[in-house]
Ligand binder design. Structure first.
Ligand code: DQA
Length: 253
């Protein structure tokens, strides 16, 4: 499976506290969660990285070689003057789409210039968080096809060869899948909270055994047979956590 890196530069950790006119009201976490969900839809792994520091960003770009297939980069203010980040993008031979939440061409003059634009495959700006999702789609559709990555990589093979390298790549993919699972877990629990409030206010019972049995059966049938028992056990644990959460909410309402 291919991996997209979402890289955010300085001050983007402060989303939610920065000027909402330019940057919206959501947090960095909201933005990253939207990217993880988009990754599920597109069938790619998503890795998110944010740093206030130019050197950390450059190191992350270097270590992406042979591991990452496409990058969505909002370099923040570094966009306008970091030749070092520009050079790093150029040398890694990975397609990078430059993204900005705000429309940098319609703000202060010093934001009009991007020193990284020429080494990025495209620039997307002024679309807010949606711009990141659009960039992800573009990477998958236009720049991460097998032919295009070969063209960018100067013919050098990025396939890991040693067992350690293979293991490293698998573990990285697993970490990203775990993150996606927990984004979905958080979404599930938010629905549970809403359901619990509706039930508590209407005086309805928390536990409906027939519905739980139906969910377990559906889960068992939705995975390959070899994983069916494990998936049911996992679902049972989720149902138990949901029941506990509903009881807590019952006490609050
Ligand atoms: C930004 C625009 C930059 O000019 C600014 O320094 C940022 C955010 C954007 O997303 O609109 O930090 O990259």
């Amino acid at each position: 499976m291919k991996t997209i890196l979402i890289m955010n530069g300085p001050n983007l950790s402060m989303l939610g506290k920065r000027d909402p006119k330019h940057y919206g009201s959501g947090t960095l976490r909201d933005l990253e969660n939207a990217c993880y969900l988009k990754g599920i839809e597109l069938g790619v792994n998503v890795q998110c990285f944010q740093s206030e520091s130019e050197s950390a960003m450059i190191r992350k770009l270097h270590s992406s070689m042979g591991v990452i297939d496409g990058i969505v980069l909002n370099a923040g203010a570094y966009t306008h003057y970091s030749i070092a980040i520009r050079d790093a993008i150029e040398l890694i031979k990975i397609p990078v789409i430059e993204v900005h939440l705000s429309d940098i061409h319609n703000r202060e003059d010093f934001r009009n210039t991007s020193v990284i634009e020429a080494v990025c495959v495209e620039q997307v700006c002024g679309l807010g968080v949606k711009g990141y999702l659009v960039a992800m789609e573009k990477l998958v559709e236009k720049y991460m096809t097998d032919d295009s990555s070969k063209a960018l990589s100067d013919g050098a093979s990025a396939e890991p060869s040693t067992p350690e390298a293979l293991l490293g790549e698998e573990r990285l993919a697993l970490n990203e899948i775990d993150k996606e699972i927990f984004v979905l877990f958080e979404r599930r629990m938010k629905h549970i909270d809403r359901i619990a409030k509706i039930k508590a206010e209407a005086g309805m019972p928390t536990q409906v055994p027939s519905r739980e049995a139906e969910i377990l059966e559906r889960v068992g049938n939705s995975v390959e047979e070899q994983y069916s028992a494990a998936a049911k056990a996992l679902m049972q644990e989720l149902l138990r956590l949901s029941r506990e959460r509903q009881k807590e909410i019952n006490k609050e309402v």
